[in-house]
Design a protein around this ligand. Structure first.
Ligand SMILES: [Zn+2]
Ligand SMILES: [Zn+2]
Length: 354
């Protein structure tokens, strides 16, 4: 299907065939429709890349931050989407470890430099020269996209395309955030985990924590999400800023809401850790040292993930039999999906289906 190479407006190699893609025009509040559906040339893979025909793409809150301008666009007219599932359609000349027809997943972390001090120290999530899918390069709100072969994941057979998509960011980042709490997964004693916000990422991380024996308390304003949390086996569910019924050894803040930081810190026991999971957080109010931080309570952030995190999570998801709650949308309704996410109208993870 790729007849001959041309050049697109960004200077990249493209085929002559066209596809449909959603792009971020001018960032604006989601109700002003910042996404536009356009015709684009089907991309051509570079030597180290594979071309993927997309069957499903998750809608992540980061896409919303990008569309609304909370995350500054890194290139004009970028195609969002970084929870991409599809089949390989073509291989770059140097690709040897994939075949045409293979099912792969394309995540947020698109490439790293491999040589900076963070890459050298097994912390490629902190790479000084990283690239991200759907931000630096076109992502999955389209019919095709490319990815460097070394950054595409093989996906467990246990998940169909729709249910595999949310694993690729919501799942992996939530898993890294859970590990950043420092909760000992092998301990037999009490491990009390708080989860603030209960969307796509939280509902997956909660299942890992429950499987590992943690007692999980959920704080969310959404009554339906509270019910889903209890149905999964969480010990309690209450409003977003309410105190959990017991002190927490650790908590993860999934909601991008800085005003939840003080109540979450206050809910921690001595020595507890609050992990912020998102790439964007609204302003954190002034903290009171005695009330929120003394007794060696800590607050830490989560920045992307390593490929090792991704492989560990995908293996765990298949082994645990994680149940992925999705709300599917036809590809043509990407703007509706994004608006529904903004207005808390999505159960679990929104997924665009080709
Ligand atoms: Zn690096
Ligand atoms: Zn994401």
């Amino acid at each position: 299907m790729l007849a001959s190479a041309g050049r697109d407006e960004d200077g990249g190699d493209v085929g002559n065939d066209t596809m449909r893609a959603w792009v971020v025009g001018r960032p604006a509040p989601v109700d002003e429709h910042p996404l536009r559906l356009v015709d684009r040339a089907v991309p051509r893979p570079n030597a180290n890349e594979v071309l993927v025909r997309i069957t499903a793409c998750g809608v992540c809150r980061t896409d919303l931050h990008l569309a609304e301008g909370d995350l500054a666009p890194r290139r004009p007219g970028v195609v969002p989407g970084h929870e991409v599932v599809g089949r390989i359609d073509a291989l770059g000349d140097d690709v040897t470890d994939h075949d045409v027809g293979d099912r792969v997943g394309i995540p947020w972390l698109r490439s790293t430099c491999g040589t900076c001090r963070f890459c050298a120290a097994d912390a490629e999530n902190l790479c000084l020269r990283p690239a991200f899918t759907g931000w630096d390069a076109d992502g999955g709100y389209a019919q095709w996209c490319t990815v460097p072969a070394g950054y595409a994941y093989r996906l467990p057979d246990a998940f169909d395309d729709e249910h595999a998509a949310p694993l690729l960011c919501a799942g992996i980042i939530g898993f890294r955030a859970l590990r950043r709490t420092g909760l000992d997964t092998t301990a037999t004693g009490d491990r009390r985990l708080g989860i603030y916000g209960f969307g796509a990422s939280a509902h997956l991380a909660a299942q890992v924590a429950l499987h590992e024996g943690a007692t999980v308390h959920v704080m969310t304003r959404d009554p339906d999400a509270q019910r889903r949390a209890l149905a999964l086996g969480c010990a309690s569910a209450q409003n977003a800023s309410d105190a959990p019924p017991e002190p927490l050894d650790a908590a993860v803040l999934f909601a991008p809401v800085g005003t939840l930081v003080p109540p979450a810190l206050e809910a921690l026991d001595r020595g507890g850790t609050l992990v912020v999971a998102g790439i964007h957080l609204s302003d954190i109010p002034t903290l009171d040292y005695q009330r929120h931080l003394f007794q060696e309570r800590r607050i830490v952030s989560t920045t992307a993930n390593t490929r090792a995190d991704g492989r560990a999570f995908l293996d765990a998801a298949a082994e645990i039999g994680i149940r992925v709650t999705t709300t599917p949308y036809p590809f043509d309704h990407a703007d509706v999906a994004l608006a529904d996410l903004a207005h808390d109208r999505v159960q679990g993870a929104a997924v665009l289906l080709a």
